[in-house]
Design a protein around this ligand. Structure first.
Ligand SMILES: NC(=O)c1ccc[n+]([C@@H]2O[C@H](COP(=O)([O-])OP(=O)(O)OC[C@H]3O[C@@H](n4cnc5c(N)ncnc54)[C@H](OP(=O)(O)O)[C@@H]3O)[C@@H](O)[C@H]2O)c1
Length: 275
């Protein structure tokens, strides 16, 4: 089973680093003395974060703005990251967003973009860096799945589908590479206090979305779980309890409860991508 004894001097590529969980993961890796390539679309935030990472203890921090919706990006990003880092020891597949609402009423192009960013880009990035990790018999990949990956989530059905993919794919890779020292972990947060809901276009926090876990402990659990070589990490006692209970119940019952919990919110109005 893969473990990461220390992040010191490791070359880490963090996607979705401009805000939320990705930003906090980058800062944690910086404190451990990693070398970082930080990517997302908002260059100003990436540059600011690169400065903060250097102050926090990163050996190096580079801001590389890329749009993961562009199918050319993963190839170019890995090539650029390797130019800056030598090779990628650790990949944090974190960038992602949701397109909530009643499915047929959602914007199709934005939904397809979500599949590209959440799923295709994560798969391609991993496929490009994993052979090197296996050759060196070191390093790891942290995939940002979600509690939404464990069951159907009505009114976020396609988003939950991307997270179910990431979770099952990541668990499968964890098992496939268990004979190596490469760590592969799925981090499965519940509702977490980030820009995620604003980016998705929720007009205000209501229903279960009001009860948000703070972001830093979620990021910390992810970084630690990867270092320990865990297959999955679920932050927070409440999330763990909910997961335990739902495993004892029929899937249709769980999906029905999820529909009631998700359906009481006002539907989002945003249809266009953030920047
Ligand atoms: N917050 C939650 O409740 C929650 C729960 C479970 C799982 N998650 C997962 O955690 C991950 C991080 O989300 P977060 O909560 O930290 O939300 P966030 O603050 O909105 O961060 C999302 C990140 O993804 C980047 N991103 C979005 N679209 C992109 C694109 N086309 N190209 C490149 N980067 C893109 C954003 O950067 P730019 O806008 O600058 O491009 C941003 O840095 C996501 O995968 C999300 O699904 C979140």
């Amino acid at each position: 089973m893969g473990r990461i004894a220390s992040y010191r001097d490791l070359g880490c590529l963090v996607t979705g680093a401009s805000s939320g969980i990705g930003r906090d993961i980058a800062l944690l890796l910086a404190r451990e003395g990693a070398r970082l390539v930080l990517t997302a679309r908002r260059e100003d935030l990436l540059r600011e974060l690169a400065e903060a990472c250097l102050e926090a203890g990163a050996i190096a921090a580079y801001a590389l703005p890329y749009d993961l919706d562009d199918p050319e990006t993963p190839k170019q990003l890995v090539a650029m990251a390797e130019n800056h880092l030598g090779h990628v020891d650790v990949l944090i597949n974190n960038a992602g967003f949701a397109v909530p609402g009643l499915f047929a009423g959602t914007d199709l192009e934005r939904t397809l973009s979500m599949l590209r960013v959440n799923v295709s880009a994560s798969v391609e990035l991993a496929h490009r860096v994993l052979p090197g990790m296996v050759r060196r018999n070191a390093g790891g990949i942290l995939n940002l799945a979600s509690m939404a990956g464990y069951q159907a989530t009505p009114y976020q059905s396609a988003y939950a589908g991307t997270k179910a993919f990431l979770l099952n794919w990541s668990d499968g890779l964890h098992q496939e590479y268990k004979h190596t020292n490469v760590a592969i972990t799925a981090l499965c947060p519940g509702v977490t206090d980030t820009e995620f809901f604003k980016a998705a276009g929720y007009p205000k926090a209501s229903g279960i979305l009001k009860y948000r876990m703070a972001c830093p402990p979620v990021a910390k659990l992810g970084v630690r779980a990867l270092a320990k070589g865990k297959m999955e990490a679920v932050p927070g006692g409440l999330n763990k309890t909910l997961l335990f209970i739902q495993r004892l119940l029929p899937r249709s019952w769980v999906a029905n409860v999820a529909r009631k919990l998700m359906g009481v919110r006002p539907m989002p109005v945003r249809k266009t991508p953030r920047p």
